[in-house]
Design a protein around this ligand. Structure first.
Ligand SMILES: [Zn+2]
Length: 293
């Protein structure tokens, strides 16, 4: 029996860049971390088929549409428990509100991702902070609010790895850069506290939903943390979102390079602009906030 972790790409075909990762975690019961989207569910089912299992458990890091809309389709093929934040249970059992919110936030991109299907509540297992399950080797759930109030990250003991969902940024492997996932509206104080909590675990490996695996582990979390503190200092001295964006671009060559490529990936551009806005608005709401971190 192996206790490994395998990245299974869940990027839908209409997106040109690798953007959505799910992770298959092997154990006495195998677990899939996040479930992709409806428009990638056939691809995921294919990648998960012809293996030595026909049941699968799931963990949802959070229930934004890009992590959950494939779940109902996968679950028809591979039944199993779905571990998720207590606040997320009712929205996975009945995803109508989640779907409305996604359409408001993402417009046409929500339709491209595809509408989620309800899951029978008997499969849904709400997880408390610190809860440990023997699936996927051994997994511990850590509540990591900020990006979303219902976000959890998952510590994988066998690899000393952490599945961070969207709680610890977007990883750009080519430049070894982490973009904040402080998508407006966000709670920056909770986001920073969650980064600290994750850093304390000293993970050696980070499994990013967007996108890929970093073996720099907690140092990547530290890097993001320091970046947000720096950006926050800039936001505190500036009085418009536009000049805040210009200012961080002129101060940060790697970010400037990434940002210049975003015109080709409109969905990513929307998210990155909202992440910048998240920091700006939170610093304006409470200018002292980041001095506490
Ligand atoms: Zn996401």
């Amino acid at each position: 029996m192996s206790y490994g972790v395998e990245l299974i790409d869940a990027t839908p075909d209409w997106l040109d860049v690798p953007f959505l990762a799910t992770y298959l975690v092997y154990g006495d019961r195998n677990v899939l971390v996040d479930a992709g989207v409806k428009s990638s569910s056939e691809k995921l089912i294919k990648a998960l088929s012809n293996r030595d299992f026909d049941e699968l458990d799931y963990v949802l890091t959070h229930i934004h549409i890009d992590h959950v809309s494939g779940l109902g389709y996968l679950h028809e093929k591979f039944k199993g428990y779905v571990y998720l934040h207590p606040k997320a249970v009712k929205h996975v059992a009945d995803p109508s509100k989640l779907w409305e919110t996604a359409k408001e936030a993402l417009g046409d991109f929500a339709e491209l991702y595809g509408e989620p299907k309800p899951i029978d509540e008997k499969y849904l297992v709400p997880v408390g902070n610190g809860m440990i399950i023997p699936s996927g080797g051994e997994l511990m759930f850590i509540h990591t609010p900020g990006h979303a109030s219902h976000h959890i990250s998952i510590y994988h003991k066998d690899s000393n790895g952490l599945f961070v969902g969207d709680s610890a940024g977007i990883y750009i492997p080519q430049l070894e850069y982490i973009i904040p996932t402080t998508i407006y509206p966000c709670r920056l104080d909770l986001y920073m506290a969650s980064l600290r909590r994750m850093k304390l675990l000293k993970p050696g490996i980070i499994y990013y939903a967007h996108y890929g695996i970093s073996e720099d582990g907690w140092k990547k979390i530290d890097e993001l943390y320091n970046r947000i503190v720096e950006w926050g200092k800039i936001a505190a001295e500036i009085n418009s979102l536009e000049s805040f964006t210009e200012n961080i671009l002129s101060n940060d060559e790697s970010f400037r390079e990434i940002y210049s490529r975003l015109d080709d990936v409109p969905l990513a551009k929307i998210l990155v602009d909202l992440a910048i806005k998240g920091i700006y608005e939170e610093v304006k709401r409470d200018p002292e906030m980041l001095s506490r971190f």
